[in-house]
Design a protein around this ligand. Structure first.
Ligand code: 2DT
Ligand code: MG
Length: 211
């Protein structure tokens, strides 16, 4: 008998707007659950908490928040979820997250006058993802997809700078995937990478990000 609980994996999807992260995150969780692997879909910002509501109002341009202050609120919005995230992972549930600290850093560092190291600091020590799936899409393909909505940051120039910042954040655990392929092909690739990671980390401790 094996009484040891195998932990779940922390899987993060990152990339610019309209690259298909949310679609892929949802499909991944559906596939895992259908195959008998406990999995939950998360996204950041998590707009339902008090901090999340401040962020939501900022993104919808209903309020203005100073750039450093909003950066710290995005980070606080992740930290407030950490106890629940750790518990789920330790109990064996794989958590698939649509955006994480990398979005936090890439979006703020894309603004004037921000230093990457300053941007990373508040998220240091968060649960470290076991796999980061970075979805890329060329400017031409992006232009063919549906129009941006009216939220803050949804402008082509800004998104290009965000992509440059993501480029500075790449780590060993990143897999860069071409998001211009079909939804199904991309999903199959993501599902395989995820299954491999789940078995590889099930007996490993949860590390701390950027420490
Ligand atoms: P969605 O369109 O995915 O809801 O994202 N953002 C996100 C930040 O600026 N900092 C962060 O820490 C996170 C998680 C990216 C809403 C926007 O919020 C940006 C797009
Ligand atoms: Mg958006």
């Amino acid at each position: 008998m094996n009484g040891v609980v195998r932990r779940g994996a922390l899987i993060v999807l990152e990339g610019c707007d309209r690259c298909g992260k949310s679609t892929q995150a949802r499909k991944l969780v559906d596939t895992l659950v259908a195959g008998g692997t406990p999995a939950e879909l998360w996204r950041f910002p998590e707009r339902s908490s008090s901090i999340g509501q401040l962020i939501g109002s900022y993104l919808e341009k209903k309020s203005e928040v100073e750039d450093h202050a909003i950066h710290l609120l995005f980070s606080a919005n992740r930290w407030e979820s950490v106890p629940r995230m750790r518990k789920l992972l330790q109990d064996g549930t794989t958590v698939v997250v649509d955006r994480y600290a990398y979005s936090g850093v890439a979006f703020t560092a894309a603004k004037e006058g921000f230093d990457i190291e300053w941007c990373k600091q508040p998220d240091r020590g968060l649960p470290e993802p076991d796999l980061v799936l970075y979805l890329t899409i060329g400017a031409e393909d992006a232009a063919k997809r549906a129009d941006f909505g009216g939220e803050r940051y949804e402008q082509t120039d800004f998104q290009k700078r965000v992509a440059d910042m993501y480029g500075l954040l790449r780590e060993d655990r990143w897999e860069t995937l071409d998001a211009s392929q079909s939804i199904k092909d991309l999903h199959d690739q993501i599902a395989k990478l995820t299954r491999d990671i789940i078995t590889r980390v099930e007996n490993k401790p949860i590390n701390k990000l950027w420490m």
